[in-house]
Design a protein around this ligand. Structure first.
Ligand code: HAM
Length: 435
């Protein structure tokens, strides 16, 4: 079939045969976050560009190469959100949520946009589940946020996710670290990419995060941030590790984690798949960002959070064959055979729907044979055929599609009561059979 156009590169249509998987994952994420008292926030898909320049950081790949930025008809620079933190914090400040009570705990499911080179698990439009916790500088908060993400993986039955943590210190300890990094990279300058050369003076830590293989190779032997932590950051990190250990959360300290966004301080972490079919896939990450809020709203508040890539999590679940419960199929399919029957079937469908049954009624005027074929195709549990005779007798048959048995039902005020009786009897027998 010749189409006018197709979905833009790096985007995907999530079709009904898959959308329930997304709904399942999102529901678990939001529900688990609610158990930790995180409440859902919804923010705009686009924001003023300066929000991301300020928060994500001008030296990052996201800002330098990946943002979808354009002028709107009012000549304002607008950007499709590349991540969820900045918008959530902007909204918190704008609506003074931090003045109501602390800590503020926010969760969200956001579609995000990054102009990256698409590949398996890397999209230009992708979905992020995130949590942000504002107001606590305690290491316990770091452990709690990591344990929330960890518990989500557990509830999703996504095994083989390693928790990798690091501390990238505060501006105080980073000054010394930057000096040492600059010296190291200057000695290896000739092999750095142009972007990294421009980062050398302003933000040398970004070089550690560069995707260019030459830069990554040089970064392998770069000085280790953990050797430069000030006593406060060292103690903080130590405490986080102790809390995680006491909660039986296995983790690896990986000093190479610096994260791709500029707002982080102290604890940073990533959740990486170790399953052999999706090895190395970064399913999520986050950390503390104690200095970000001040830059956006002139109020100083410690904060931290994480973002999970839903697309990647689903990919990892599929690679390890995790079973996602299929959605309920149609309970009842009505097959009306003439005009009068159509009106009655229409009303009875709504009566059953009001009692929570999933019901479909023919809408294509098909012959009985093709209606039955269709009912089979959609896996309907029961079929009720209504024709002239059924209307005259005020009785019809409920056909159980599993064994073709038929059960008489009244087409009058007793319909719902009798349907319940038939339904519960059949379900009970099924259960007894499987017992
Ligand atoms: P991030 O590491 O840039 O952090 O993104 C979080 C997760 O989103 C990644 O670990 C990955 O699973 C997923 N992701 C990122 N880019 C793509 C892509 N192009 N295609 C598919 N999935 C992708 C953040 O965005 C921070 N806002 C997280 C955070 C929240 N930190 C503190 N609070």
């Amino acid at each position: 079939m010749k189409l006018l156009t197709s979905a833009p590169r790096g985007t995907q249509d999530i079709l009904p045969k898959n959308s329930y998987k997304w709904r399942f994952i999102e529901n678990i994420m939001l529900d688990q976050a609610a158990k930790f008292q995180f409440k859902e926030i919804r923010t705009p898909v686009f924001e003023h560009t300066e929000l991301f320049l300020r928060s994500v950081g001008e030296e990052t790949d996201v800002v330098q190469k990946e943002m979808y930025t354009f002028l709107d008809k009012g000549n304002r620079s607008i950007t499709l959100r590349p991540e969820g933190t900045a918008g959530a914090i902007r909204a918190m400040l704008e609506h003074n949520l931090h003045n109501e009570s602390l800590p503020v705990r926010l969760s969200y499911v956001d579609s995000c946009y990054r102009y990256e080179k698409p590949q398996s698990g890397r999209w230009r439009e992708f979905s992020q589940f995130g949590c942000e916790m504002v107001g606590s500088s305690e290491p316990l908060a770091d452990a709690e946020v990591i344990s929330l993400a960890h518990s989500i993986f557990k509830r999703l039955n996504l095994n083989n996710i390693s928790v990798e943590i690091n501390s990238i210190g505060c501006p105080k300890c980073r000054a010394e670290y930057y000096k040492s990094l600059k010296n190291y990279f200057k000695d290896n300058k000739e092999n750095l990419c142009d972007t990294c050369l421009s980062r050398l003076e302003k933000n040398p830590m970004r070089i550690i995060d560069c995707k260019n293989p030459d830069c990554s190779k040089i970064a392998e032997n770069a000085p280790n941030i953990l050797d430069f932590l000030c006593s406060e950051c060292r103690e903080h990190f130590q405490k986080v590790k102790e809390y995680l250990t006491s909660a039986n959360i296995d983790f690896i300290v990986n000093p190479k984690i610096v994260r791709g966004l500029d707002y982080y301080t102290k604890t940073v972490f990533e959740f990486v798949s170790t399953n052999e079919n999706s090895k190395g896939l970064v399913c999520g990450g986050g950390g503390r960002y104690d200095n970000l809020i001040e830059q956006l709203g002139e109020v100083s508040l410690p904060a931290l959070g994480f973002g999970l890539g839903i697309d990647r999590i689903l990919l990892a679940m599929e690679k390890q064959n995790t079973i996602i419960p299929a959605p309920e199929t149609c309970d009842v399919y009505f097959a009306p055979l003439d005009e009068k029957a159509k009106a009655l079937a229409f009303n009875l469908s709504n009566i059953l729907r009001d009692s929570s049954f999933i019901v479909e009624c023919d809408s294509l005027n098909r012959k009985l044979k093709s209606q039955m074929k269709y009912a089979n195709k959609i896996n309907a549990k029961f079929v009720i055929v209504i024709g002239e005779e059924e209307i005259q007798n005020k009785k019809a048959k409920v056909k159980d599609m599993a064994d073709s048995s038929e059960h008489t039902i009244s087409l009058d005020d007793n319909f719902l009561k009798e349907f319940f009786e038939i339904y519960t009897e059949i379900e009970k027998n099924k259960l007894l059979k499987n017992f």
